[in-house]
Design a protein. Structure first.
Lengths: 183, 277
């Protein structure tokens, strides 16, 4: 899977070379739906992992549960963008999908060292209480976030694969990962 | 939100009664691709556009109300069949998606049967199975948009316990005993999700942990409306696929195909239950 023409969206505002929306909004939808050579959207969101897990750096998203109570695809469907009922399985890329074998030999694959978790998408600003955190842990959720899930649904509807990254507060992407994403 | 001129249930009933003054013994609301109770006698057909001011936009929903008798006699059961429904994922308001059921209640119809196309979560289920809802989970009400879904997923399922549900199960058992080609009914808990995207595998895992047996994007509004009414509501899911990790999930076309295949058994079930007192 080629990352070369990927759409680059960073909701944390910390990754150079990415678009930095303040939150999931119409501009993000327009960016993800714009017709170009992209096959992939790389989406970085703030990973809230307090009470769930401890991560030393960025984490890769392997799946999500949408617990926001909403879906950005609700409403009349534009069939020129995607199907009425999009199948959103197998949309998230794993580390091995991001590089072909030759690239791995020459560059290594820094994302391969990153933990891979399930993200929970919550209503914007919602902070789960202890019982809710217990419930999220029972689902093996590694972190919760506010923007990644709606952005992924829009991307998947538009036919894109998604490289989802969760960045814990106070962390930044290492230079080798940034270089891998921007190559 | 999809803009629709709002028609009240009382308005809809008024429009129906102008054409057909008799109150039916039962009503049926049919979901995607489910086609039963064709050929009603002395029937009339009203379009949803005439009745509700709007037609469903999803394939597999014809958007008509047929009122007629199961047989040619005046004593044969009178049935109202709503072919299609409005969905929240289309952008309709809660008032609009519940309008069919509220019309049935306002009309004074004592029994409402609801069908839907659902994905099977229970790994013992097969494509084409019919599942009688013995419980449901509301994961789609608009209130979750402001509250978030965590309270919904942490709440227990609502039990569907009424005489019509028991009757569906007993009539289904009789039909299976009489004819080996009539596949026995399943029963289980239905999770109503907002959609329109299908579920991720992590969401499927969550719903299985919550002991749900099937998942879809409808039916909960009808059940909620009838809970506080004199209309007894029961529901049947047509299992159109079974979520398995090693199988690729099909799309809406697959849903429609599986619904067609199960429609014949559902037709037998409804015809029998409507004539049995």
């Amino acid at each position: 899977m080629k990352l070369r023409h990927a759409k680059l969206i960073d909701f944390t505002g910390t990754v150079d070379g990415f678009v930095h929306p303040a939150g999931f909004d119409r501009a993000v939808i327009q960016l993800l739906r714009s017709k170009d050579k992209a096959e992939v959207a790389i989406i970085v969101d703030r990973a809230h992992c307090e009470g769930l897990a401890t991560f030393a750096s960025v984490v890769l998203v392997n799946d999500h549960v949408n617990l926001s109570g909403d879906n950005p695809l609700v409403g009349p469907n534009d069939a020129s963008v995607g199907p009425r009922f999009p199948v959103v399985n197998n949309i998230y890329l794993n580390a091995a999908d991001t590089m072909d074998q030759e690239e791995t030999w020459t560059l290594g694959n820094p994302l391969g060292r990153v933990p891979s978790v399930v993200a929970a998408g919550l209503r914007d600003g919602q902070v789960p209480d202890s019982a809710q955190l217990d419930f999220l842990r029972s689902l093996n959720v590694g972190f919760y976030c506010y923007n990644l899930v709606p952005a992924m649904l829009i991307a998947a509807h538009a036919g894109l694969k998604v490289l989802g990254l969760g960045l814990p507060s106070g962390q930044s992407l290492s230079p080798d990962i940034t270089a891998c994403l921007l190559r | 939100m999809t803009e629709v001129t709002q028609i009240s249930a009382a308005d809809a009933v008024g429009r129906i009664r102008k054409t057909y003054p008799v109150t039916p013994d039962a009503a049926v609301i049919l979901g995607s691709g489910v086609n039963v109770l064709e050929g009603l006698q002395n029937s009339i057909v009203l379009s949803y556009t005439d009745l509700f001011g709007h037609a469903p936009s999803v394939a597999g929903h014809s958007g008509t109300l047929t009122i007629g008798r199961l047989g040619s006699g005046a004593a044969d059961p009178l049935v109202a069949v709503f072919r299609g429904r409005f969905h929240l994922y289309e952008g309709y308001s809660w008032d609009m998606v519940s309008l069919g059921a509220r019309t049935v209640v306002e009309w004074g119809v004592p029994n409402l049967f609801v069908t839907n196309a659902a994905g099977g979560l229970n790994l013992e289920f097969n494509v084409g199975d019919l599942m009688v809802l013995t419980g449901y989970r509301d994961h789609l009400s608009p209130k979750w948009k402001s509250e978030g879904l965590l309270p919904a997923v942490m709440a227990p399922a609502t039990v569907c316990a009424n005489k019509q549900t028991e009757k569906l199960l007993s009539v289904g058992a009789k039909l299976a005993a009489e004819d080996s080609r009539f596949r026995g009914l399943r029963q289980g808990v239905y999770a109503g999700l907002l959609g329109p995207s299908y579920e991720t595998m992590a969401e499927i895992d969550m719903l299985r942990k919550l002991q749900c047996d099937a998942v879809g994007m409808s039916t909960v509004p009808e059940l909620l409306v009838c809970e506080t009414s004199k209309t007894a509501c029961c529901a049947v899911s047509v299992i159109t696929n079974v979520w398995k990790p090693d199988e690729v999930m099909g799309g809406h076309e697959e849903v429609l195909e599986a619904s067609k295949a199960a429609s014949r058994r559902l037709d037998l079930l409804f015809r029998r239950i409507l004539v049995e007192k």
